[in-house]
Design a protein around this ligand. Sequence first.
Ligand SMILES: Cc1ncc(COP(=O)(O)OP(=O)(O)O)c(N)n1
Ligand SMILES: Cc1nc(C(=O)O)sc1CCOP(=O)(O)O
Ligand SMILES: [Mg+2]
Length: 210
Amino acid sequence: MNITEWRAYLVTAANRSAGRSTPEVVAAALDGGVDVVQLRDKGVSDRERYETGLRLRELTADAEVPLLVNDRIDLAAAIDADGVHLGQTDLPVSVARERLGDSAVVGVSASTVEQAHEAAAAGADYLGVGAVYGTDSKDVSGDRDGIGTERIAAVADAVDIPVIGIGGVDASNAAPVVEAGATGVAALSAITAASDPAAATEALRAAVAE
Ligand SMILES: Cc1ncc(COP(=O)(O)OP(=O)(O)O)c(N)n1
Ligand SMILES: Cc1nc(C(=O)O)sc1CCOP(=O)(O)O
Ligand SMILES: [Mg+2]
């Protein structure tokens, strides 16, 4: 599947999964039609994240869904992930390319047009842009109320690579993010903390596909 076709993007959160394991949440999201999974799971040990990653690799490979790893190029290689998502303070795109190869998917976080230009020039395959509506799942102190869909539009107009909107996104507010120019949306808590992650994933994807 081409990155431009990614509508619903799950970012895992072991500490915000309503007592369920990340593999349980991912299995449900796959049943709900998630297009791509990113192993994030901050706050757990490297060993635990590695073992979770091996299980997610099995689940996503069976479903023919891409698996990405947040921050860690070494972990992405160790679990044979399809790529990595890098923030502004993580290792650069060039190192990910060197270590993971040209076929790897490398996403980059960008919250401004300048960061978006830099990431696209560095060879990013897509941008994660947020926090659109603000979030309780990550410290985004600079944008407590979110960067808004206007910023999504400015970034989407500035680059030729796909933009994924993230931050406080759920089925009720996903459509304006795509109307602003994002090709899809990413969510942690809307899926990981949902009573029915499969249904939440299906609803999120439907909201974007409309
Ligand atoms: C799809 C997507 N977009 C943005 C992020 C945030 O990544 P980063 O800036 O590296 O922050 P942390 O996730 O490491 O706290 C993401 N993970 N995924
Ligand atoms: C991991 C992450 N990155 C963000 C960014 O703006 O780059 S916001 C975020 C957390 C998103 O969690 P939720 O879907 O629960 O709001
Ligand atoms: Mg990071």
